[in-house]
Design a protein around this ligand. Structure first.
Ligand SMILES: Nc1ncnc2c1ncn2[C@@H]1O[C@H](COP(=O)(O)OP(=O)(O)OP(=O)(O)O)[C@@H](O)[C@H]1O
Ligand SMILES: [Mg+2]
Length: 375
């Protein structure tokens, strides 16, 4: 084993060497596949802040499907979703059919032939629902089924309506079918409150949060050891704490500590260097992207929060923002909670939901509305 190969995976959706703290969610979906049609795990939605591991968990759920002898399709809720789904299902169906010797599909004959479209494999031109039923007929004969995972769901994509209708149909027909979705909190709450997509409200919703520092510690130590290195006890404890249990940081801290390790054992120096590098990368990979999605006023609210060393009082924030009304301040608070940026810690008090966001805003606040000097 090459000791120099870095085993950590600090990039979006990359499968980590150890998936920390997601056993319950995986078991819920696995039970759903075991239990049969109508089981809650067969209609599941994961939500949580950026970098909490939604995409990674969907990938893990795809593996669960394979372990159950099921097929899966993994997709993202972007324009053309239904068309792509149609292609996947057609392809799977075709793969499972004995191949005719010669097949012409969808040839447009010239007008002299009557100008009609000749379709030699009718199932390919039929609706997606029909294809899906045909695929499931075949899969169910082999004790199998189909899992559809859809990442980054949001209500504004019209295709989501069709997906909801399709899933409803599959459940009603008691097919061996499961739908597992993931999205940011604001997107998921929009989806679940939409009047047209009421079926999706039945989804088993899991809010993904930070994982336990003890489990992070064990995963870091195991990853080092499995890859031919070690960590001193002080180093592994400090590194685990520096992740705050936030999944993206587990990979970033692990990756940069590994890089900073000279020789086979990570010590406190390597961890110090690794944590600084991880924090810088977190800023450009997560904080910048998350802030870019917000309105100027929402960012100003966050910069106003960054003045405090701990949770912020709403009354202080209103004052710092130039005496905005309680109603406006509440609107910003609600939007930022839905975006997974802040959380309410007690009545009238809010805190950052992403680690090191405060530090990032203190350093870069001027670029995001008012700088601390003006507050
Ligand atoms: N349970 C976990 N244990 C260890 N590392 C994890 C875990 N979940 C995710 N990661 C790591 O965290 C990083 C971010 O994960 P991922 O891209 O899945 O987050 P996300 O919630 O989909 O983020 P976004 O909202 O930006 O799409 C990746 O590097 C991934 O390997
Ligand atoms: Mg993702």
């Amino acid at each position: 084993m090459a000791a120099s190969r870095n085993p950590f995976k600090p990039s979006a959706g990359a499968t980590p060497p150890h998936l920390v703290g997601r056993d319950d969610q995986i078991a819920a979906v696995a039970d759903g596949l075991d239990e049969g049609p109508g089981s809650p795990g067969r209609l599941t939605i994961f939500t949580g802040a950026r970098g909490v591991g939604k995409t990674t968990l969907l990938n893990a759920v795809d593996d669960v499907a394979l372990e159950h002898g099921w097929l899966f399709v993994d997709e993202t809720a972007t324009t053309g979703l239904m068309g792509r789904l149609d292609e996947h299902v057609s392809h799977m169906l075709e793969e499972r059919r004995p191949r005719p010797k010669r097949r012409l599909t969808g040839i447009n004959l010239p007008a002299s032939f009557g100008g009609v479209s000749t379709e030699l494999t009718p199932e390919l031109s039929a609706g997606l629902r029909r294809k899906l039923n045909a695929l499931l007929d075949d899969l169910e004969r082999h004790d199998s089924g189909l899992l559809l995972t859809i990442d980054e769901v949001h209500v504004s994509l019209p295709d989501m309506r069709e997906i909801a209708a399709l899933a409803q149909h599959m459940v009603r027909e008691q097919r061996q079918f499961a739908l597992v979705m993931a999205g940011l909190p604001s997107a998921v709450s929009g989806l679940l409150s939409d009047g047209v997509l009421t079926f999706l409200r039945r989804a088993d919703k899991h809010v993904l949060g930070d994982v336990s520092i003890d489990e992070v510690h064990d995963a870091l130590v195991a990853t080092f050891e499995e890859n031919g290195r070690a960590m001193t006890p002080e180093a592994s404890e400090l590194a685990a704490e520096a992740t705050f249990g936030y999944p993206f940081l587990i990979q970033l801290v692990g990756y940069h500590v590994w890089r900073a390790t000279d020789g086979g054992v990570a010590d406190l120096d390597a961890v110090d260097a690794g944590i600084s590098a991880a924090r810088r990368r977190l800023g450009s990979l997560v904080h910048e992207t998350a802030l870019a999605d917000l309105s100027d006023l929402d960012r100003t609210f966050l910069v106003a929060m960054s003045v405090d060393d701990g949770p912020s009082q709403m009354a202080d924030l209103r004052r710092r923002m130039g005496e905005v009304s309680p109603q406006h301040a509440n609107t910003y608070r609600r939007r930022l909670m839905a975006a997974g940026m802040i959380e309410q810690v007690s009545h009238g008090k809010v805190a950052f939901a992403l680690p090191y966001l405060r530090d990032f805003l203190r350093e870069h606040g001027a670029a995001y509305g008012l700088g601390p000097d003006e507050l």
